[in-house]
Design a protein around this ligand. Structure first.
Ligand code: TXA
Ligand code: MG
Length: 335
């Protein structure tokens, strides 16, 4: 069942669902999440089942913005045993917003959501509907809402309510209420920083860039290594549409299109460059601006899947830092 943001009963109904341990499709500024009360073990278990996600892949816990400038702090202290100064600086700089921090977990909270790790991923989203839901849930005693992206395991994250409905068409209405908050403005998942090791480690690039993070916490960010905690978003192959994805520079892409000639059914091109392609090729223009490209990325991949495309040739995004998140998602889609 989908309820639109304009429906005055939407938030109250969604909170009722969370309170009885049922699932809610929650819009956030990044992508839609599949939400449940983070401290309700059987509700969280239902998230793993619905997604087909291994139960040792931890979920992000979303916190209400609270009152005042840093009103999320009570939520942080409920879940985190310890908050290093650099992590707090990052929260102050980017919350509410598309940044997740992994912190040492307080024993006994959100254990199932954390997938058995002794850490917990926390994020305070900026989307007004997510904030309204989290705030109303908080008033019902829900400290945080566990929500992975609302897609089946390994698939492209949803950026509209219709995408979520498509992913979980097999679930009965009683099992999932989707809040329709429109298209997600950021479009790719949050940047993730590991704060459990005494220094910040970048686990997943996103639209908050490494340079912005370093400026805000006054420290260099280290790269993840083999000891990094498990994060399904960091698996090499992830975020994949059904079609095969290949990344190429514009000249190689044009050469391939020329070779192909007219036999181009089931092929799509997603490029910033203006390329010449045979009439059968589905050509989509990638925006020149990284933020706009991120916003449109997953919806474009889904649209091409729906159109029955089997192969998507994508122009490699620029090497500059503001493209790190988009480049990362495309590399994983192509892996
Ligand atoms: O933007 C986002 O982050 C979206 C929205 C809904 O908030 N959520 C999202 O969740 O992308 P998900 O589950 O698809 O990706 C979260 C990533 C996963 O790779 C997960 O393994 C990692 O965060 N993660 C969560 N908690 C963790 C922990 N305690 N330790 C290590 N990685 C963790
Ligand atoms: Mg995901």
């Amino acid at each position: 069942m989908v309820l639109h943001a304009s429906d005055p009963a939407a938030i109250e109904q969604a909170v009722q669902r969370l309170a009885v341990g049922s699932l809610v499709g929650m819009p956030t500024e990044t992508v839609y999440g599949l939400a449940a009360d983070a401290d309700n073990a059987s509700a969280v278990q239902r998230i793993f089942e619905a997604k087909g996600r291994p139960s040792d892949h931890p979920l992000i816990v979303h916190l209400a913005p609270g009152d005042g400038a840093h009103g999320w702090r009570a939520g942080v202290d409920h879940y985190a045993r310890e908050v290093p100064a650099f992590a707090l600086a990052l929260m102050h700089a980017f919350w509410p917003g598309p940044l997740t921090l992994i912190l040492p977990r307080r024993a006994g909270v959100a254990a199932v959501a954390a997938g058995g790790q002794d850490s917990v991923g926390l994020r305070c989203p900026s989307h007004p509907l997510a904030q309204a839901l989290l705030t109303a849930a908080r008033a019902h005693g829900v400290h945080g809402v566990a929500a992975p992206s609302a897609n089946r395991f390994g698939r492209v994250s949803p950026t509209t309510a219709a995408h979520v409905a498509e992913e979980f068409a097999q679930l009965p209405d009683a099992a999932l209420l989707i809040l329709d908050g429109g298209a997600c403005p950021v479009g790719i998942e949050s940047t993730i920083v590991d704060g459990t090791r005494g220094y910040p480690v970048l686990l997943r690039p996103g639209m908050v860039t490494q340079a912005q993070l370093e400026a805000a916490c006054g420290q260099p960010l280290r790269e993840r290594d083999g000891a990094a905690p498990r994060a399904s978003g960091t698996l090499e192959s992830h975020y994949a549409p059904n079609a095969k994805v290949r990344l190429m520079a514009a000249p190689a892409l044009q050469a391939a299109l020329d070779l192909l000639g007219a036999d181009a059914r089931h092929i799509a091109v997603y490029a910033r460059a203006a390329l010449k392609a045979a009439p059968g090729v589905a050509v989509r223009r990638m925006p020149d601006n990284a933020a706009q490209a991120a916003q449109a990325l997953f919806a474009t991949l889904r649209e091409l899947d729906t159109a029955g495309v089997k192969l998507i040739w994508v122009e490699t995004p620029p090497a500059s830092p503001e493209w790190d998140g988009v480049r990362d998602r495309l590399q994983r889609a192509a892996a």
